[in-house]
Design a protein around this ligand. Structure first.
Ligand code: GDD
Ligand code: MN
Length: 380
């Protein structure tokens, strides 16, 4: 640890950092860590003659954090106490908005993230990177040994799920630097949970993201606030980011998943009614009726969830209309395929029917996406 510190300081000792740096530290009950992190940052500040500010964004911990910042007596450090919209990501966003310097750095308060890496991160920013992450997963990086298997697995799975969104090795890191200008120009930040760096990479559309290896130290004081509940929010966050990045493919995929669920519902209801001893035609009709209804509700609530506040009755009629037109398209298409294309092929009728089903479904999807659940239906 001491060695890492010494080598990184001497490596950069002769470089002058002319831009000011705003270091944003989200905090919740970190009173014991505040004096230590300020001391580490102060050493760094003096070693490199940095112009910086430290903003603690505290969610009203009421544990003496505000007093601890004041007692440290640094005129470049202050604490902003938040009382609304509690959470790590919103706190970081507020801090970035309040920052006064053109370079922003975000880090944990618990000293897991070595402040000594900040100069290297800023050098990387100055040589063309749009964002620089203090990374646990690039050569040269390490984590304290007592990371249990579960924590490791959790981290790996979370990172893999984000892979289609970014090639960054450690997009889950809470230690990163970027430009204030880039932050100011993005206006649709909407993170849930902890993954603020991932949110920024995706929403800012960053292509060049550098990673600087760090040694991730386990926190000594206090405990992690990353509860299981917070972790579950990641799934919700991922869905939002996938929708942002791959909007059309995501809507289609969700529509197909709902369609498949309709098949299951149809068959289940059919079987249930049969067991109840109803006539076969009633069972068939029941299966169709119920699955149309669940398809509608799931598409409204899930596939096209942005339209879930629209007029239910109008949407339902639209949905039925689109399905009827889709069925018509399917019929016309199969007749056409049968007479013009699959004539003479074995299973020609079945192939034609499949082609009809596919075109009916595409038509159905387009009708739902652009007419029934169109975006202009959203009420703010
Ligand atoms: N303002 C505010 N509000 N701060 C919070 C909140 C909150 O609701 N929850 C946590 N924090 C602060 C903590 O006080 C700490 O300074 C920082 O955010 C990170 O929280 P930790 O509790 O230390 O999280 P962690 O170490 O388990 O998680 C770290 O690793 C994750 C990846 O494995 C963090 O760096 C995460 O950002 C990162 O995703
Ligand atoms: Mn931490």
């Amino acid at each position: 640890m001491t060695q890492t510190l010494a080598s990184s300081l001497s490596e950069f000792a002769d470089i002058r950092f002319t831009t000011g740096i705003s270091i944003i530290i989200p905090t919740y009950k970190e009173v014991e860590n505040i004096p230590h992190i300020l001391e580490r940052i102060d050493q760094l500040r003096r070693a490199h003659d940095l112009t910086l500010e430290v903003l603690f964004l505290d969610d009203n911990s009421q544990d003496g954090s505000a007093e601890a910042v004041a007692a440290a007596g640094y005129d470049w450090a202050r604490i902003i106490v938040r009382t609304k919209d509690r959470g790590l990501s919103p706190a970081v966003i507020d801090g970035f908005a309040a920052a006064q310097y053109p370079v922003l750095v975000c880090m944990d308060c618990d000293l897991s993230h070595p402040p000594e890496k900040v100069p290297q991160m800023i050098l990387a920013l100055n040589t063309g990177q749009q964002m620089v992450i203090g990374s646990r997963y690039v050569p040269g990086a390490s984590t304290d040994d007592d990371w249990g298997f579960l924590r490791w697995l959790n981290s790996v799975v979370a990172t893999l799920l984000a892979r289609p969104l970014t090639s960054v090795r450690d997009p889950m890191s809470g230690f990163f630097a970027m430009r204030k200008g880039d932050f100011d120009s993005v206006n649709d930040l909407n993170p849930v949970g902890y993954k603020i760096a991932l949110e920024l990479v995706v929403k800012c559309g960053f292509e060049n993201v550098g990673e600087v290896p760090i040694h991730f130290t386990d926190r000594i004081h206090g405990e992690s606030k990353l509860t299981f509940k917070e972790q579950l929010k990641y799934i919700k966050h991922l869905r939002r980011l996938y929708l942002h990045r791959f909007a059309n493919a995501m809507y289609l995929a969700q529509f197909l998943v709902v369609g498949a669920s309709g098949v299951v519902v149809n068959l289940a209801v059919l079987s249930l009614l049969l067991v109840m001893g109803l006539p076969e035609t009633v069972c068939l009709a029941g299966g169709i009726g119920v699955s149309v209804l669940t398809n509608f509700l799931l598409n409204r609530r899930f596939t096209f969830s942005y339209a879930r506040h629209g007029h239910l009755g109008k949407q339902f009629l639209g949905f039925l209309g689109a399905s009827a037109v889709g069925a018509g398209v399917s019929f016309v298409m199969s007749v056409f395929l049968r007479s013009q294309i699959t004539d003479g092929l074995s299973y020609g009728l079945h192939l034609a029917a499949l082609g009809g089903i596919a075109s009916g479904m595409i038509f159905n999807y387009l009708g739902n996406r652009f007419l029934v659940f169109r975006k202009t239906h959203i009420r703010k």
